[in-house]
Ligand binder design. Structure first.
Ligand code: PLP
Length: 393
């Protein structure tokens, strides 16, 4: 037993949790088990809880500013954990990474410009492109030998055709769990530079890396890539703080940063959440031992789930995640169409998962399982699935 108790189950039903408080309303199945949206069922770092309680006790919550110590802790974290050397003047903020993606699209492109994404990928990317009236350009990942990779030929074709201004990279990749190597990122980055496309690298899952893999921040690959990128990170996934709406946006290129900041300034998007900023600073200062232990717990969950599928459900293929706390599961051998699969998973298996099709049409027939839960919850979920599949056979 380590220092932290990841087996501790907290009842989340009365917390307005999108994961746990509205199960019946959203799914129509009151006792469906939720392993969908990307938040974890673990209590955060004890020091964060203490700091937030201490600050809440004060009773006045007026306007606040980011402190030097916040910047210092963030910069140290990125250097220590990822070998990423960041200067304070590169850092700007946003209430969330999705918000930063919208801000970047608006600030750095015009209506009808092309924005490239690589599905199956985190679904708000496509929505951000279409809602901002940019042109959605799809360069799907390729699946070879059970491992996804990027399609550089496909990408060059899109780039050559002209019109693209931005590419949104998901690194590590949600939902397929790839941790891209420096070579892969360099290849992508070079192509984008050659064709004048700026890369928005969403690195929100970069603290979740399993043994044998190393996370490479896109901007750390070379100075050229650094100067052509917007890096989005946050403490929200890492320390289970998504409700505190705080992220770190890193833009090393002065001109790009100035456009991003001016866009935000002109829309009144410069305020900070006291609790979010405090939690972030505390997380980076005290959270490392907690994260290390959490990673061990998650890796055990990942291995448990992968072995479970291999042993009891070999007809269902899973993609071994190299990072993130997701398992990308291929249900195509069940021969359901996407509506039938959704109905089967919710009504028969009583599982609330992210349906694969939301990540793009390449995700049809798949579903994403959130592994960041207590082992007993994961086991219950897999047992429900096994029972339903056997019953349907
Ligand atoms: C890849 C990715 N980016 C961004 C987000 C959301 O970030 P935020 O809550 O900071 O907008 C998520 C949440 O699931 C995610 O998986």
């Amino acid at each position: 037993m380590g220092l932290y108790d990841f087996e501790k189950k907290l009842d989340r039903k009365d917390t307005n949790s999108v994961k746990w408080s509205f199960i019946g309303e959203y799914t129509g199945v009151k006792d469906a088990l939720p392993l969908w949206v990307a938040d974890m069922d673990f209590e955060t770092v004890p020091e964060i809880k203490e700091e937030l309680s201490r600050r809440a006790e004060h009773g006045i919550y007026g306007y606040t500013a980011r402190t030097d110590s916040y910047y210092r802790e963030l910069i140290n974290w990125l250097e220590r954990r990822q070998g990423f050397q960041v200067k304070q003047e590169w850092i700007t903020h946003s209430s969330g990474v999705v918000n930063a993606i919208y801000n970047s699209i608006y600030a750095l492109s015009d209506e009808e410009d092309g924005v490239i994404i690589q599905p199956p990928v985190y679904h708000p990317f496509a929505r951000a492109v279409t809602l901002t009236r940019r042109k959605l350009l799809l360069n799907p990942l390729v699946l070879k030998g059970g491992r996804y990779g990027m399609d550089y030929e496909g990408l060059e074709k899109i780039l050559k055709a002209g019109g693209a201004r931005l590419l949104i990279l998901c690194s590590p990749h949600n939902p397929v769990g790839r941790v891209f190597t420096a070579e892969e990122l360099a290849l992508l980055g070079k192509l984008c530079i050659h064709y004048g496309v700026t890369v928005i690298s969403d690195e929100i899952h970069s603290d979740f890396i399993y043994g044998g893999h190393t996370f490479v921040p896109f901007a750390s690959v070379s100075e050229e890539l650094e100067q052509n990128s917007i890096i989005c990170t946050a403490p929200s996934k890492t320390f289970n703080l998504a409700g505190l709406s705080t992220s770190n946006i890193i833009i090393p290129n002065k001109a790009l940063k100035s456009r991003y900041d001016s866009y935000c300034e002109a829309r009144g998007l410069k305020s900070y959440n006291i609790f979010g900023a405090l939690a972030a600073e505390t997380a980076y200062r005290y959270g490392e031992a907690w994260l290390e232990e959490l990673l061990g717990y998650l890796e055990e969950n990942r291995n448990f789930a992968v072995t479970y599928f291999k042993t009891y459900l070999p007809e269902i293929k899973v993609i071994l995640p190299e990072g993130t706390y997701f398992l990308w599961v291929d249900f195509r051998n069940l021969n359901y169409n996407k509506e039938e699969l959704e109905e089967f998973l919710i009504k028969d298996a009583r599982l609330w998962l992210n349906q694969g099709y939301i990540f793009g049409k390449e995700g049809e027939g798949y579903a994403r399982i959130n592994l960041a839960c207590q082992k007993s919850t994961l086991e219950e979920a897999l047992n429900r699935l096994l029972k339903a599949i056997r019953k349907a056979a």
